[in-house]
Design a protein around this ligand. Structure first.
Ligand code: NOJ
Length: 763
């Protein structure tokens, strides 16, 4: 009997050992380093051989990207897309997902077309695929690059299992005007930080090996300067100097090229008179010739066609010529490459080599993904079941949501709340699944999956301790002049009367930010503020939990609320994460990636403005003839980089290793940060510099480094940064990117108003 048992045990151990080996082997296979390489000989041979036999129609098909009807993210759809796939007239599909669905479409291409070239499946996998993370601006507020990369990695794992090869992300548009709804999709106002986030996201999506079945192509968008739309109105005119373009708007795009991004998407806007989609300066001179980008360029939704209303061409045929000439490789849903390219090539207007180049770039990436080996390798039901919304992914989303929240105010340590108090949870965003996940929530389920604030609170403190009332409602198109609906106020006030503390979940509906969602008024929309005023009369502590895709103007709230927590649109696990922070299971550590103005009249307002010739004199009561407003200070309500914790941090002992920097030798900047409060907490230690005199004027301050560190209560950590000559470079008077000799100031602190200062020079 004993021997039998021993044999059985050995057998079981053997199986465990073999499956462990297999598990490791699979994991290894999926993460091994093998970067996409445009000089790969086998790839070139494959693409050459295809190009040599492809007809003009087959080539044009490869430049066409059409939406499936599964999801629609723009103004038009071609219901015949399946027929077109079978005819080889479309080589790429977006808005399709799930293994069985993508596999079926792939089959149509592979089995019906003459050459069987596999389809490329793209989608807006922006902040998660089905497990939804906080909106990109929220993720950015974490200042945790590893967590940001990990979020993109998880999105890629889920998306790729469902058959996707390509995401239209990261969006790397620097944006400084909160009226623009798409600030929610980016990483804020700062150039240095946006570059870091852009790199992290590309790395997360693409991993180290495009051939691995759990990585997808990334796409840097929207190229370029889309975030500089005049008056913060989407798709609006952009007119910026070359200096501003290169200093502010281009660096994050360049950072993605350096990180190996596989594709670029052109933007809808014109740039200095030429729409980006037909802009040779952007697409050829800079992207290809200066930066050496090797991937392909796709348009935004019908942005070739839109060059007609832009008024740069008389018809779509001319638009096609302009686009292919400028360097656009793929037409997203415009159906104008398919309509006009053939004629333009046949009549000699467009050289066929231009089309060949575009097709080559697209086929190269299909090859790099391994699609020619096995076109179905990504559509994998087993992996889909195993990974999509797995426990680990949901936990990571919850953690990211906690990290993203920014504590804007916490008078008398109102937060965290005790779990033994009765809470009145009020507000139009207190129990709405859809708003938890924000715009561009991809394939994320809008019903059931997202955890609302109410659900999070009930699970945390029990239903008996939560009295819930919406109080008021919001609608996307509401105007200031709309008659306020106050019918829910009495229920909310009655609920609040029974409670010890009021928590108001208010802000914007998810569709009030994102694409085509600009606003001219950034106060709390609707009559939410009026409801808060009524609640305030009860003299109970009020915590405002904000859900928003952008900075709001919150002066009244700042004066009247006891605590304010910016939760953005926190994702699938949002309600749990809010409860974790509000009831103290987690300590807030997010910082603002975008300035919160006092009033809209200050916009655009960002921390690294210029000094002007007439700066305000500090500590002078009445400034005259200065660059200022009569009715508001120049300062923001909450500056870039700002965010409180439940604990406090003290900065001291700023030290520089040297007071001179040289080309060969940088400077080490160090500072002691002490946790002086009662909680362990994470702090984002920030380093800024100011170039005092330049051949062109320089900003008052520029972020050059940050570190997010955990400091336990009572503990002091020495945080060190290295500054090198590279950090001093800018576009000089002759547009050379150089460091100029002179004096520099250093600032270190917990936000962009960092008070500890020192200095060095470069001689
Ligand atoms: C339009 C948006 O501007 C872009 O960001 C998105 O990727 C495409 N539509 C595709 O959905």
């Amino acid at each position: 009997m004993k021997t039998k048992n021993a044999i059985f045990l050995a057998f079981i151990l053997g199986i465990v050992f073999i499956s462990l080996l297999a598990f490791n082997f699979n994991d290894k296979k999926e993460t091994a380093f093998e970067s996409w390489n445009a000089d790969d000989k086998a790839m070139n041979a494959k693409v050459d051989s295809l190009l040599s036999v492809m007809t003009l129609d087959e080539k044009i098909g490869q430049t066409v990207l059409l939406t499936s009807t599964r999801d629609v993210t723009g103004p038009s759809v071609n219901e015949n897309y399946e027929k077109l796939i079978k005819e080889g007239k479309v080589g790429n599909i977006f808005n399709a997902y799930e293994a069985s669905f993508t596999r079926n479409l792939q089959k149509m291409a592979v089995e019906n077309t003459r050459l069987g070239i596999p389809l490329l499946f793209g989608y807006d996998v922006i902040h998660g695929h089905k497990t939804i993370f906080p909106i990109s601006l929220g993720e950015s507020a974490s200042f945790d690059l590893q967590a940001i990369e990990n979020a993109a990695r998880i999105a890629a794992v889920e998306a790729s299992a469902e058959g996707l090869h390509w995401t239209f992300a990261p969006m790397v548009d620097v944006a400084r005007d909160p009226r623009w709804g798409r600030v929610s999709e980016g990483s804020g106002e700062d150039v240095y930080y946006s570059c870091e986030v852009a790199k992290a996201r590309v790395k997360g999506f693409q991993g180290e090996d495009l051939k691995a079945t759990n990585t997808i192509l990334a796409c840097a968008k929207h190229y370029a300067a889309y975030g500089a739309a005049q008056a913060g109105r989407d798709y609006h005119t952009v007119d910026v100097s070359d200096r501003e373009l290169r200093t502010t708007y281009l660096p994050p795009f360049k950072a993605t090229v350096d990180a190996g991004v596989a594709s670029f998407m052109t933007s809808f806007n014109e740039l200095n008179g030429v729409p980006a989609t037909g802009n040779k300066y952007l697409l050829k001179d800079i992207l290809r010739d200066e930066w050496g980008f090797k991937g392909f360029v796709v348009t935004d939704y019908q942005s070739i066609n839109e060059m007609v209303p832009h008024g740069i061409v008389k018809d779509e045929e001319e638009a096609v010529k302009l686009a292919i000439d400028a360097g656009v490789d793929m037409d997203l849903q415009g159906e104008v490459y398919s309509k006009h390219l053939k004629g333009l090539i046949e009549n000699g207007t467009v050289p066929v080599e231009k089309l060949d180049t575009a097709v080559r770039r697209i086929l190269e990436l299909k090859y790099a993904l391994g699609l020619f080996e096995d076109p179905y390798r990504y559509s994998d039901e087993d992996r889909q079941k195993k990974y999509v919304m797995s426990e680990g992914h949901l936990e990571a989303a919850r953690d990211m949501a906690r990290k993203s929240m920014v504590l804007l105010k916490n008078e008398n340590q109102t937060l965290p709340l005790s779990k033994n108090k009765k809470i009145a949870l009020i507000g139009p965003l207190s129990n709405t699944e859809r708003d938890m996940i924000g715009s561009w929530s991809g394939a994320g389920k809008h019903k059931d999956d997202p955890v609302t604030v109410l659900e999070g609170f009930v699970e945390m403190i029990g239903a008996e301790n939560v009295i819930h009332a919406e109080g008021t409602k919001l609608s996307r198109y509401m105007k200031r002049t709309d008659a306020p609906i106050t019918s829910g106020f009495s229920e909310a006030i009655a609920a609040a009367k029974k409670a010890d503390v009021i928590v108001a979940a208010m802000g914007e509906l998810q569709n009030m930010s994102g694409e085509a969602s600009c606003r001219t008024d950034l106060d709390l929309p609707g009559n939410q503020k009026e409801l808060l005023k009524e609640l305030k009369k009860l003299n109970k502590p009020i915590v405002l939990v904000l859900l928003s895709g952008r900075p709001l103007t919150l002066e009244w709230e700042d004066n009247n609320m006891d605590a304010i927590l910016e939760a953005w649109f926190p994702g699938t696990m949002g309600g749990h994460a809010i409860a974790d922070i509000v009831f103290g299971d987690a300590v807030p550590s997010g910082k603002l990636p975008l300035t919160f103005p006092r009033s809209l009249g200050q916009v655009p307002l960002y921390y690294n403005m210029k000094n002007t010739g007439r700066p305000i004199k500090p500590n002078v009561k009445i400034n005259t003839y200065k660059s200022m407003y009569l009715d508001n200070p120049n300062t923001p309500l909450y500056p870039f980089g700002y965010g409180l914790s439940y604990t406090t941090f003290e900065y001291k002992d700023l030290k520089l290793s040297n007071d001179q920097i040289t080309n060969e030798k940088g400077i080490k900047v160090s500072v002691d940060v002490t946790n002086t409060g009662n909680y362990d907490g994470e702090e984002v230690v920030q380093l800024y510099i100011k170039d005092i005199v330049g051949s062109v004027t320089r900003p008052v301050k520029e972020l050059k480094g940050f570190q997010k560190v955990l400091i336990r209560k009572g503990e002091t950590k020495t945080i060190a940064f290295n500054l090198s000559i590279e950090d001093l470079k800018f576009y000089d008077i002759d547009m050379n990117f150089v460091a100029e000799k002179g004096d520099f100031k250093v600032f270190v602190g917990g936000d962009s108003e960092a008070k500890l200062t020192s200095g060095f020079s470069y001689n």
